[in-house]
Design a protein around this ligand. Structure first.
Ligand code: C2E
Ligand code: MG
Ligand code: MG
Ligand code: MG
Length: 276
């Protein structure tokens, strides 16, 4: 019976499944080396002023050029990085690299800032402050030129220690943005406690603006909320002319999305920054 069970257990493990299991273990091993071996790089996506089209900021987005699998998107490897704790050295590398990049464009006398995504696990670490301070200092970047993007889910278990850390970062001048706003389970009350400077309206609402009255109402409401709390507001994932017109009409101040520019290399961002 044991033999039969073993055999059927084996059979349920299809070649595809076995391959994905190997790939997962290999990917983790490969990811451990990725930072040291220089396989990660950043792309930058412009965040524009909706009224003028001027680039106000750029979000740094990590990519992994895997030696055999080619270019991997964050969705492909960040979940593994989070499970294994490798996200912390990765995010640390991203913060340093993004600050260095922003220093190159601020040398060109633009005021545009840089935004980096911070994983929940990183937010829980007291050394986040030291990492951020070291990165801005060694790049010669003013702390106010750096925005940390945090998701609602990272903030929801907001312990007093995390809130304290955010306040300290604010005191240093670092900006705090709440990413994918509207998709978490947060109560409005937490907006009173988190020292945020910006809300980013999740692109799922922007995508449905034309067809879904409730999505439209959500974008309107978040834009008003941001105004009332004196927060900056960014509409994410603006792809079409109609979406652009809608978010501008609603009174949203900033936009990000393929309509204004895809994530791309530093050279392309430099060009976008100097566009009249
Ligand atoms: P996010 O922070 O919300 O970043 C925006 C994502 O939307 C990016 O995907 C960007 O390429 C994509 N996007 C921008 N405009 C448009 C648009 O008009 N249409 C559509 N369909 N998509 C658009 P990406 O680069 O694949 O990153 C996915 C997520 O991975 C990010 O979402 C962020 O949560 C995470 N991530 C990326 N880089 C890092 C990083 O360095 N550290 C951490 N912890 N997370 C990161
Ligand atoms: Mg983000
Ligand atoms: Mg987002
Ligand atoms: Mg998102």
């Amino acid at each position: 019976a044991a033999k039969a069970a073993g055999k059927s257990a084996y059979r349920t493990c299809t070649p595809a499944l076995r391959e994905s299991a190997v790939t997962r273990a290999e990917l983790i091993a490969d990811l451990r080396r990725a930072v040291d071996e220089g396989q990660l790089h950043l792309e930058f996506q412009p965040i524009v002023d909706l009224a003028t089209g001027a680039v106000r900021s750029a979000e740094a987005l990590v990519r992994w050029r895997h030696p055999r699998l080619g270019l991997l998107s964050p969705a492909r490897f960040l979940p593994l990085a989070e499970e294994t704790g490798l996200i912390v050295p990765i995010d640390r590398w991203v913060i340093h690299e993004a600050c260095r990049a922003a220093a190159t464009w601020r040398d060109r006398r633009t005021e545009a800032t840089v935004a980096v995504n911070i994983a929940a696990a990183h937010l829980r670490r007291p050394d986040l402050i030291a990492t951020v301070t070291a990165a801005t200092a060694s790049a010669g970047l003013a702390p106010r030129a750096l925005t940390l993007e945090l998701t609602e889910s990272a903030l929801i278990d907001g312990s007093e220690a995390v809130l304290d850390r955010l306040r300290q970062l604010r005191e240093l001048g670092i900006r705090i943005s709440i990413d994918d706003f509207g998709t978490g389970y947060s109560a409005l009350s937490y907006l009173h406690r988190i020292p945020a400077t910006e809300l980013k309206i999740d692109r799922s609402f922007v995508a449905r603006l034309d067809t879904d009255a409730r999505a439209y109402a959500t974008v309107e409401m978040v834009t008003r909320l941001a105004g009332a709390f004196e927060l900056s507001v960014v509409a994410e994932g603006v792809e079409t002319e109609r979406q652009h017109a809608a978010v501008a009409a609603i009174g949203c101040v900033h936009g990000q999305g393929y309509r204004y520019g895809r994530p791309a290399g530093l050279a392309q961002l430099h060009t976008a920054l100097t566009r009249p």
